[in-house]
Design a protein around this ligand. Sequence first.
Ligand SMILES: NC(=O)c1ccc[n+]([C@@H]2O[C@H](COP(=O)([O-])OP(=O)(O)OC[C@H]3O[C@@H](n4cnc5c(N)ncnc54)[C@H](OP(=O)(O)O)[C@@H]3O)[C@@H](O)[C@H]2O)c1
Length: 188
Amino acid sequence: MTEPTTSAPADSPLIVLAGATGALGLLIAHHLRRRGAEVRALVRPASLSGAEAESLRRQGVQVVAADYGSGADLTQACQGAACVVSALNGLRDIMVEAQGRLLDAAVAAGVPRFIPSDFSADFTRVPEGSNRNFDLRREFARRLDKAPIRATSVLNGMFMDLLRGTRRWCWPARGWCFIGATPTSPST
Ligand SMILES: NC(=O)c1ccc[n+]([C@@H]2O[C@H](COP(=O)([O-])OP(=O)(O)OC[C@H]3O[C@@H](n4cnc5c(N)ncnc54)[C@H](OP(=O)(O)O)[C@@H]3O)[C@@H](O)[C@H]2O)c1
């Protein structure tokens, strides 16, 4: 991997990144830094002393404590950002509620653009009620559409490393299994 710069040029945009210690968040932070962006990572207090937060600091990311229960704290953390990117992961309490408070904070801070934690297949084409995770994204998207902020939703389908790598996904009830890139019978 190319080493990122440790300090951003004075006129580089500030990107506020939630979920920056996660698998995807770390990658987003790394590539933003490589492109010269200033990055402010919102990290829950319990994760501040972890190796992931330390890795972010070493790359020149500003790591700040985030209380997803406090709109005032989140608004303060969003001040000056050109974009708020969410790489949060979880169920309703996170994808709708915590992410919703982050959206409200971005609006209150006058941030022009919000990127929600979709990073999924195109959930707008999947019937409502058929997939819980897509339903949560759809619910959040409705809220985002009504908010006075521009938005970009990343609908990338499945990350191919999930198929190419060592991960093993089985769903015996449906009769399929992926081991690396090979679809196979669950009994093998
Ligand atoms: N399309 C695909 O194939 C694919 C594959 C994987 C993931 N994704 C998507 O990418 C996004 C990020 O996924 P990920 O795998 O990077 O997630 P992850 O590794 O679980 O990280 C999620 C981050 O959310 C933060 N967080 C904030 N509040 C939280 C709470 N109450 N409980 C748990 N975490 C909380 C945590 O950061 P702190 O501890 O620092 O606060 C955590 O690092 C999700 O939308 C996920 O569905 C898509």
